[in-house]
Design a protein around this ligand. Structure first.
Ligand code: NDP
Length: 332
């Protein structure tokens, strides 16, 4: 089977030369393990951080070793009780065709309930991130006005839709193209959307939310965060989910210049990691699964096909060339 290895640590934007697709022997499962033929790989923004040699919440990828990431696949050999050959599992050893996984580190999923790729997105990590960030971290209340950045991406579109489903009065999204903004309003039911490349974020946000916002779901950081702080009302909350605008910076970006507003307006900025909130998974699957079945929540995926396309998928996602959840299909 083939696997992607990190060949060099990127400085700034990664390039294809930083990665190598390598042929590796198909490993055999030991006691308590399963051999999985991966069918979909997830590409996610946090992977950029793991390419740096820097201490963070996830350890750096090692040079010359297979990279890791979420994947869903079919069990083709099993030495583990309860996870038979033919079962489908989500696990953390992506970026490769075959993986030997400790069964305890794999979650069995049902392809009858949802397409397999959905377990990486709308019913998986990015979906849970939207749910946790909006409901637990930002504590959205009905009637509030919400702003979501990165709104046409995997986390963002779902955060905006969940806000509406939970009774937000008005949901505004930002994205990097006019087509994505049209999608936000026409398909996902946002009340307004603006293209952050068309002008200063603060001006466009103030125009879309003249009375301010109560909740900001931050996927982008930088100029977006500063603009949102200026628009947050008294007792406003921001869920700090990610800061993709700075992930490829080689120098630390300047922080928001308007933190002085936090005191008087009693604003909360709160960072979070989805991994700390697995206790909400059952609620999330029940609620989001229900909305999907009822047709009240929509999702899109951008699918690249073939393991050789994994780096292109990752870079395309970082550049904003994709919408919804970006995955790599590995057909058999
Ligand atoms: P997306 O599907 O949203 O893909 C990334 C998007 O970022 C692109 O589509 C692009 O859209 C946008 N983008 C890229 N560069 C910029 C920029 N300079 N300014 C503004 N937007 C930009 O990815 P995810 O939904 O998987 O992740 C979204 C965010 O959530 C990321 O910040 C990620 O790190 C974070 N995250 C955090 C988690 C947590 O536990 N805290 C868990 C999962 C994700 P566009 O065309 O609009 O520019």
């Amino acid at each position: 089977g083939r696997e992607w290895q990190l060949a060099a640590r990127p400085h700034g934007w990664p390039t294809p030369a930083d990665f190598a697709l390598v042929e590796a022997p198909v490993p055999e499962p030991g006691p308590g393990q399963i051999l999985v033929r991966n069918l979909f790989l997830s590409v996610d923004p946090y992977m950029r951080g793991r390419m740096n040699d820097a201490k963070s919440y996830a350890p750096p990828y090692e040079l010359g070793k297979p990279m890791q990431g979420a994947a869903v696949g079919r069990v083709v050999a099993s030495e583990a009780e309860g996870v038979p050959v033919g079962a489908h599992v989500v696990h953390g050893l992506g970026w490769r065709e075959y993986a030997v996984v400790d069964a305890a580190q794999a979650a069995v999923v049902d392809p009858e309930q949802a397409p397999l790729s959905a377990y990486l997105g709308v019913l998986g990590m990015t979906g849970l991130t939207a749910y946790v960030g909006l409901l637990r971290i930002a504590e959205l209340a009905p009637g509030e006005t919400v702003f979501v950045s990165g709104a046409a991406g995997a986390v963002g579109n779902q955060a905006g839709q969940i806000a509406k489903l939970k009774g937000a009065a008005r949901v505004i999204g930002s994205a990097g193209s006019d087509e994505k903004c049209a999608l936000l309003v026409d398909e996902y039911g946002f009340d307004a959307a603006f293209n952050y490349k068309n002008g200063p974020v603060a001006e466009q946000l103030a125009a879309a939310a003249p009375d301010g916002i109560d909740v900001y779901f931050d996927n982008v950081g930088g100029e977006h965060l500063e603009a949102a702080i200026s628009s947050l009302r008294v007792h406003g909350r921001a869920a700090l989910c990610g800061a993709i605008s700075v992930y490829n910076d080689t120098e630390p970006a300047p922080g928001p210049r308007n933190l002085g507003l936090l005191v008087g307006r009693r604003i909360t900025l709160r960072g979070f990691l989805v991994g700390d909130h697995q206790d909400l998974r059952d609620d999330f699957v029940r609620e989001v699964g229900g909305w999907l079945r009822e047709g009240r929540l929509r999702y899109r995926e951008t699918v690249y096909t073939g393991i050789d396309q994994a780096v292109a998928a990752f870079l395309g996602m970082l550049r904003g060339e994709t919408t919804g959840k970006t995955v790599v299909a590995l057909p058999e």
